[in-house]
Structure formats: structure tokens, C-alpha cells
Design a protein around this ligand. Structure first.
Ligand code: PEP
Ligand code: MN
Length: 342
């Protein structure tokens, strides 16, 4: 339920009402509903709690029901698009968020030269894995904390933000020291302890869709993060498992308009993991931007064939440059998703 408060309610009154509700056993969040202050009742409504119980409070003007389970990520609580501003770079705004870089950080020199190359072609966020979720335990597992340091230094040297994956609750505190955005990988989208841990972080979270996750599960994974207090979640469609074996995954581009219809949060697309094939990265990136995705995540390496992981889907800086030209032209025509999909 959403308690729409009287317009003239002051913050002190709202906080006092929140304390009362929490004392009564409800979990709440202060939200905005147009020009009205409002409180969302997130849980504790089991049993026979009725609308009438809330209308009794003098601060409450109206009680609205939630139309679905997406209490914080959905459009019932917020029908204007969320724009996440990180040090001046906006995600979900008019401009595209372009995250590019290697699958894995391999050395200080490797990440620095890739940072320089992707910055020159128009990326604004450097990606690179330091904790790698590899299918085989014998494959390169990433450089860990020293990799994160190389990533941060390269990003800062070239005027980029940086993003990297955390796989373990115990990695979060360490990663927060180095990255601007914490990434939850596809394999961990259902790791609720990890979702809660990044939900307590001050850093925005890039949430990748689980390999076999429905939209409903994807949205509720974001709900786990937001319900712990972190309002800055970015969805990332990265392909799902289907019967098709030609591509590594089936990139489900319908996720872009679907998630935008159901949520106010930004969504970007990863055509690299979404296809697993180098020559499909640019066409699918183009399609994603035509659909008004808020950005892209692309794997780029100065020597793609020598990448220590995901070589087959990694593109060169030259290919990335061409991709960016097309994507920028498409974006100029199609624009960004506005909010309210009625
Ligand atoms: C990655 O982006 O480094 C990655 C491992 O992707 P995913 O979790 O989508 O497989
Ligand atoms: Mn990869």
C-alpha cells in the first residue's frame, strides 16, 4: 500500500509517522508521488490490515494499493525515469552510458591501453573483471584486488568511471574502494545474500539478468537491492539460455521495452555475452539503442584473440569505434526512453 500524505506534511511529521508504522511492525520507505510526499508500506501487511487503518492517520490523504510486487522498482511508486548521476555521468538520462573494456583485467599495461582506446572512441565507463566467474576452475580467475587497483588507476588516468563484478559478500567492501559501480553477474542474480549486501552499499549496482531468469525474477532481484536502501540500480539484459546453440545466449531485446514499461530504473544491453560472437556485437548493439536502451556494455581488447577470457566475443578498438559511430547516429534519431509508459 502507498500512503499518499497531505501536501503540507513536513519532513518531521513524515518521519514521526514512519517511526509509528515501524513500531507497529511495518517495513516502510519514504517515496514521492508527484507533488505529494508518500510512504510505501513494503511488508507487515499480512492478516487483516485494511485501508481504513491508515486513513485514520491525520497526515494521510489517500491510500493506494500496489498493482504488483515491484514495490520500489515499479512504476506505482515512481512514474518518472530514474537518472543515476555518478560524478557527472548520467545513466538513464539523455546520453548513452557506454561501458567498455576487457572481459578480465590481465595486467596494468593491458587495462591502461584499453582504457585509452575506448575513451578515444566514446566510452564513458571502463569495465573489467577482477573476480571472474569462470565455468572451469582451471581457467584464469582474475587478478583480485590488484586488478581492481589497476582498473581504478586506468579509469582515473583516462577520465572514465569504472565497473567491476563482485561475486561474494566478502568482496563488496574491497570493491567499493575502487569501483564506481558494483556489478552483479548473471550467475549471481539469484544470490540473495549478495543482492542484500550490495543493497547496503552506497555504490550504484549494475544488475545482470540471470541466465534463466524471467522478467519477474529480474525485477524482484532489483527489489532485493532497493529494499536494503540502495536506490541506484541499473538493469542489464545480457541474453538468456534457449535451445539455440549457434549463439552463446539468446539476447532478449524485448527486455528493454518490457522493463521500461514496468520499472523506472535504467536498462542497458550487453551484446557481447548476449551473443558470444564478435561479428554480432555491433548489429545487436545498434538494435538495442534503436529500442532506446540507456546504454551498452561491450567487451573490447587491444588484441582480442589473445584475451584471457571470452576472446570469441571480444572486439578490437577499431570495431568498437565503428560500433560507436553507428550507435551514436541511431541514438541521435531514436533518442532516449522518456518516462511514463501509460
Ligand atoms: C561479465 O560481464 O564479466 C560477465 C561475466 O557477464 P555475465 O555475468 O553476464 O555472464
Ligand atoms: Mn566476459
Amino acid at each position: 500500500m502507498i500512503l499518499l500524505l497531505k501536501r503540507q506534511c513536513q519532513l518531521q511529521q513524515i518521519q514521526a509517522l514512519v517511526s509509528r508504522l515501524e513500531f507497529m511492525g511495518f517495513t516502510t520507505a519514504i517515496i514521492e508521488q508527484g507533488s505529494h510526499p508518500a510512504i510505501a508500506i513494503l511488508s507487515g501487511l499480512e492478516g487483516d490490515v485494511m485501508t481504513e487503518h491508515f486513513i485514520e492517520f491525520p497526515e494521510v490523504e489517500k491510500v493506494l494499493p500496489f498493482t504488483n510486487k515491484y514495490k520500489l522498482v515499479g512504476r506505482d511508486v515512481k512514474n518518472t525515469k530514474t537518472v543515476i548521476n555518478i560524478k557527472g555521468v548520467e545513466i538513464g538520462g539523455k546520453d548513452l552510458a557506454i561501458m567498455a573494456g576487457p572481459c578480465a583485467i590481465e595486467s596494468e599495461q593491458q587495462i591502461d591501453s584499453i582504457a585509452e582506446a575506448v575513451k578515444a572512441k566514446g566510452a564513458n565507463i571502463l569495465r573489467g573483471g577482477a573476480f571472474k566467474p569462470r565455468t572451469s576452475p582451471y581457467d584464469f580467475q582474475g587478478l583480485g584486488e590488484s586488478g581492481l587497483r589497476f582498473l581504478q588507476e586506468a579509469a582515473q588516468r583516462h577520465g572514465l568511471l569504472c565497473v567491476s563484478e563482485v561475486m561474494d559478500v566478502n568482496d563488496v567492501a574491497c570493491a567499493e574502494k575502487y569501483v564506481d559501480i558494483l556489478q552483479i553477474g548473471s550467475r549471481n542474480m539469484h544470490n540473495f545474500a549478495l543482492l542484500k549486501a550490495v543493497g547496503r552499499s552506497k555504490r550504484p549496482v549494475l544488475l545482470k539478468r540471470g541466465l534463466c531468469a524471467t522478467y519477474h525474477e529480474f525485477l524482484l532481484a532489483a527489489e532485493y537491492i532497493m529494499s536494503e536502501g540502495n536506490p541506484n540500480v541499473i538493469f542489464c539484459e545480457r541474453g538468456i539460455r534457449t535451445f539455440e546453440t549457434y549463439t552463446r545466449n539468446t539476447l532478449d531485446l524485448a527486455a528493454v521495452p518490457v522493463i521500461q514499461a514496468l520499472s523506472h530504473l535504467p536498462i542497458i544491453v550487453d551484446p557481447s555475452h548476449g551473443t558470444g560472437i564478435r561479428h554480432l556485437v555491433a548489429p545487436m548493439a545498434t538494435a538495442a539503442i534503436a529500442l532506446k536502451a540507456d546504454g551498452l556494455m561491450v567487451e573490447v581488447h587491444t588484441d582480442p584473440d589473445k584475451s584471457l577470457s571470452d576472446a570469441k566475443q571480444t572486439i578490437s578498438p577499431a570495431m568498437f569505434g565503428e560500433l560507436m559511430q553507428t550507435v551514436n547516429a541511431i541514438h541521435a534519431v531514436c533518442g532516449s526512453a522518456q518516462c511514463a509508459v501509460e
